[in-house]
Design a protein around this ligand. Sequence first.
Ligand code: FAD
Ligand code: UDP
Length: 386
Amino acid sequence: MLVKNLYNYYSTKQQKGDVIVYDYLIVGAGLFGSTFAHEAHKRDKKCLVIDKRDHIAGNVYTEEIEGIQVHKYGAHIFHTNSKKIWDYINQFAEFNRYTNSPVANYRGEIYNLPFNMNTFNKLWGVSTPQQAKEKIEEQKKTITGSTITNLEEQAISIVGTDIYEKLIKGYTEKQWGRPANELPAFIIKRLPVRFTYDNNYFNDRYQGIPIGGYTKIIEKMLNGIDVQLNTDYFDHKEKLDRLADKVVYTGMIDQYFQYCYGRLEYRSLHFDTKILDDTDNFQGNAVVNYTDDITPFTRIIEHKHFEFGTQEHTVITEEYPKEWTVDDEPYYPINNSKNTEMYKQYKELADIEENVIFGGRLATYKYYDMHQVIGAALATIDKEFS
Ligand code: FAD
Ligand code: UDP
């Protein structure tokens, strides 16, 4: 049920002596909050889900524009190695057979991603894995230290200097707004490196796009649960807290504690979405990354290719990274050493905060993908109901 104006609803009920008491107030109608709400509701718990946005689904929100499912907050490809998580999400949608194979555009030169034999062949003319490995071995000699301490060293040690310069440095420094040698190495380890001719961006066993979009998944998860949108928790915290026994909080952890240890840093994005009527196929692929340091956006998404669309027109989104400020959405935690240390302090406070569960990408300050968020929400449920 969508509660349009909770306070009116609440006071009318109160006047009738019929006080609503929720077991859980869930702050955030994203994937973590919705998975938690769904599972708690199944266990006969009464939940109220609120979100400050005017829609459910958080960053996985999709909206149909001109017959095309548009990923409003950037490309979302579901992938997981876990049969349990795959079966879980498949309760709520049927998935298509989309396999993510982005291409990189470096000043007009096109390369396959992730880094694989197609990339090595185009870049160096090599045709065997042995030749590619020799080339990388030769180039990684520029790394002199014995331990890898940052993204730049990590990248060069796995793919060499040519790929680092053309396909990683420019993209990474635009995306994160920081020099690659000041970023954590784990970020680049998200990308596979393969000595086979295989352009699949993920190594996971299961992958696809939900037919009909992600918003429908979240609608199904929240079926039968009270939801109030356009409601910022911090604008009504005292009143809202009184409505429920426990809070599940999925917003920014530093905001929850009123920035008492300082502000954690986040990267934000600006999405520029355009409907193109003069072409049915703008770039021939769902995702094209612009890896130079001059193009101001990092990638262009052509949404119809996620679902093999045959419409006469197309919808594209350019993705412009920017530093987060209070008026932006905090899309990515920046897990460098300074922020990691600050997060640890907030985590200590979170661990002793009574009757509040912290979960999801923002409240745990983790660079989580969707399958990890579902896994974390299900683990929280297990703990809560064990
Ligand atoms: P969110 O979706 O951020 O939900 C949190 C919700 O809380 C939001 O709706 C927010 O409005 C609400 N909220 C916050 N503060 C308050 C408050 N004070 N009061 C009320 N409401 C509040 N994952 C993949 O697996 N594959 C991909 O291809 C992929 N691509 C991505 C691309 C981009 C550009 C981004 C940013 C992320 C991508 N992800 C991808 C990651 C995926 O989006 C996240 O793992 C997932 O959406 C996180 O869910 P969540 O519930 O933790 O957070
Ligand atoms: N990356 C890169 N070049 C690319 C694609 C990715 O250097 O063409 C690096 C960049 O640092 C990026 C990271 O790899 O932040 C992780 O990429 P991924 O595609 O997983 O990013 P996301 O989809 O989460 O934004």
